[in-house]
Design a protein around this ligand. Structure first.
Ligand code: NAD
Length: 478
């Protein structure tokens, strides 16, 4: 018996959760349900994160969380509970199988069967944003080696367990050579440990286009957070319905399972909603807790029900569908089909689908890190980079010299183009003349000089080399 935490959520949440629990209990799930309240009511009671500390305790105690969609109230600084839960509980892997159910659910991609594994904790979702000048705001994209290693290893272990043949990596490392470059590099390192699994890398833009056009060319796709967020919705949508997909959020100790759709408030309370997405989440949960036989029974009964043409309104199509049913009737039909397997759709087999056990991340030997310069970012409302350079040059110390000015990453001094559009946000790069390493005190001197000269420095970024290799971007145009 496994105790799981359940949140029935908002909108259609309670109806689809009741249907899901009815089905899995009828299938023999050995679970004890402990219910918590999260979502709209909690938000509106004045709790901006939508969850009480007692509910956190329950989730952390039980470690397994089955969650219905919730409504995040508009405005008012309410935080997304999903993002909060994923980050606080370290749920680093978001797993979304996207399988078409042709000919029972209409799709342009009848043989699609892929799984998107999305990094779930970092990237632009670190949520570190600043406005620095009148015209420019920034969002920090943080990619870490442990983050990359965990998610990429998860993708390969998942492929191995599920007998999948290929893992594809999507990044934009032709542009983001440090962040996406690290993701790609770690992908290559880990792929080498799995010679039995094919691996490939696509630049995200053409990869996304290929996935939307020819999804059958892919098997498992692993990617950083933002790309995964967008492309997992695209992949689910092109199977024929986002309403049918579930997702698992897996961490080292806790895991959360859900439907990928929202709370569909307009459909709430009318016995209309399709419980399939949450049921798919529950199937993943059953596998995760080792009740693979129950997961298999539920999934196959669900496939059989779709094959029987018993469909909720969202997938009902004259000709293909036989009976339009509500949430409760759909659940009953799945229960009636427990023990049966589909005849046209491919039945699932889950004997080997228990939770993956991955090695703990091991920190590598630190590399030789040396300070080799600094980027000084300034707020300046002039337009001529040569004029800025003349001012900034007055900050130079004995050895630290102005080497370059860029605006939004494009080199504008020396030898800039007049045509380059400039904002009020300038990066001034200082490098040492005649030596390769600088002292931190030189940066402090630089900043002190900037204050004296009334230059509005908004931030600095230290330039480092690791094992002698420059680990920062160069200005475009260099
Ligand atoms: P939505 O997914 O709730 O609805 C999109 C469309 O799909 C609607 O037409 C809806 O009626 C339909 N739909 C969705 N699920 C369905 C189902 N199971 N059966 C039948 N039809 C279904 O997206 P939205 O309208 O953008 O968002 C509504 C609310 O849900 C918002 O408050 C949003 O913040 C929240 N939301 C929550 C989650 C979550 O908790 N995981 C995810 C996304 C959105």
């Amino acid at each position: 018996m496994t105790t799981i935490t359940v949140a029935k959520g908002d909108g259609i949440g309670p109806e689809i959760m009741d249907a899901t629990l009815d089905i899995i209990l009828a299938a023999g799930a050995k679970i004890k349900v402990e219910e918590i309240e999260v979502g709209e009511k909690v938000y509106l009671s004045g709790n901006t994160s939508g969850i009480s500390s007692a509910s956190w305790d329950t989730i952390r105690k039980n470690k397994i969380f089955l969650k219905a969609p919730i409504t995040t109230p508009q405005g008012g600084g309410y935080k997304s509970l999903n993002v909060t839960t994923r980050k606080f509980l370290g749920l680093y892997a978001n797993v979304r199988p996207c399988v078409s159910l042709h000919p029972f659910v209409l799709t342009k991609h009848p043989v699609m069967d892929l799984v998107i594994i999305r990094e779930n904790e970092e990237d632009l979702y670190a949520g570190i944003e600043h406005q620095q000048t009148d015209e420019v705001v920034q969002c920090l994209k943080l990619i870490s080696r442990p983050g990359c290693e965990k998610i990429i290893r998860y993708a390969f272990e998942y492929a191995k367990q599920q007998n999948r043949k290929k893992v594809t990596c999507f990044t934009k490392d032709n542009i983001m050579k440090q962040t996406d470059g690290l993701f790609h590099q770690v992908f290559n390192e880990i792929a080498a440990e799995y010679p039995e699994i094919e691996n490939e890398h696509w630049i995200i833009d053409i990869g996304a286009a290929k996935m939307a056009d020819t999804p059958e060319a892919f098997d498992v796709i692993v990617m950083p957070n933002l790309y995964g967020d967008i492309l997992s919705d695209v992949a689910a949508q092109i199977t024929g319905s986002v309403g049918l997909a579930g997702s698992a959020n897996i961490g080292e100790s806790c895991a959360m399972f859900e439907a990928i759709h929202g709370s569909a408030p307009r459909r709430a309370g009318q016995n209309l909603a399709n419980p399939s997405g949450l049921l798919q989440g529950a199937v993943m949960m059953l596998n995760h807790i080792g009740q693979t036989d129950v997961a298999e029974r539920v999934h196959n009964a669900w496939l059989k029900t779709l094959e029987d043409g018993i469909h909720t309104y969202d997938i009902f199509k004259e000709g293909t569908s036989k009976q339009k049913v509500g949430t409760r009737e759909f659940a009953q039909a799945v229960i009636n089909n427990l023990g049966k397997t589909p005849e046209i759709l491919k039945p699932v087999q889950y004997a080997n689908s228990k939770a993956l056990e991955l090695p703990q991340y091991k920190r590598k030997q630190p590399r030789v890190k040396e300070l080799s310069g600094v980027d000084l970012f300034v707020h300046w409302t002039g337009t001529d980079p040569n004029q800025l350079a003349a001012t900034i040059k007055q900050l130079e110390g004995e050895t630290l010299k102005l080497a370059m000015i860029t605006n939004r990453g494009i080199k504008v001094w020396p030898d800039g183009f007049q045509e380059t559009f400039c904002t009020d946000h300038w990066r001034c790069r200082f490098l040492p003349a005649g030596q390769s390493v600088i002292r931190k005190e030189q940066i402090v001197e630089l900043l002190q000089n900037a204050i004296t000269q009334n230059i509005d420095t908004i931030k600095t970024e230290n330039l480092y080399t690791f094992d002698g290799k420059a680990a920062y971007s160069l200005g475009q145009g260099q």
